[in-house]
Design a binder for this molecule. Structure first.
Ligand code: SF4
Ligand code: SF4
Length: 95
């Protein structure tokens, strides 16, 4: 069975803040936001918005690569535009 987002978050919630940080840094290696038309040219440096939450810089949605990102399936994410709409937790109404 594929991971559900709720289950992934339950597992994440058992990690210490330090372990959670390390986990997000691992996801950074897989995040494809830097190749996204919404991201390119904005000057944004942050990535992995699905875990970190909205960008303070990105405002204009020009397409989203999240549905093809390996992090999406790894965490059971099912949303898009995390940079403008908020993290998976936020879009799931869990936060
Ligand atoms: S799902 Fe989107 S925001 Fe999350 S790591 Fe992948 S490309 Fe980045
Ligand atoms: S969250 Fe989606 S729209 Fe935003 S930069 Fe990443 S891939 Fe692009």
């Amino acid at each position: 069975m594929s991971a559900t987002f709720e289950k992934s978050m339950e597992e994440m919630s058992r990690l210490s803040p330090k372990e959670r940080d390390a986990k997000i840094k691992e996801l950074d290696k897989l995040c494809i936001c830097p190749r996204c038309p919404t991201y390119i040219g904005t000057g944004e440096k942050m990535i992995t918005f699905c875990a970190r939450g909205k960008s303070k810089i990105i405002k204009n949605e020009k397409g989203c690569l999240c549905p093809t990102c390996p992090v999406q399936s790894r965490l059971g994410l099912r949303w898009m535009y995390y940079c403008t709409k908020g993290s998976g937790m936020e879009q799931a109404g869990m936060k």
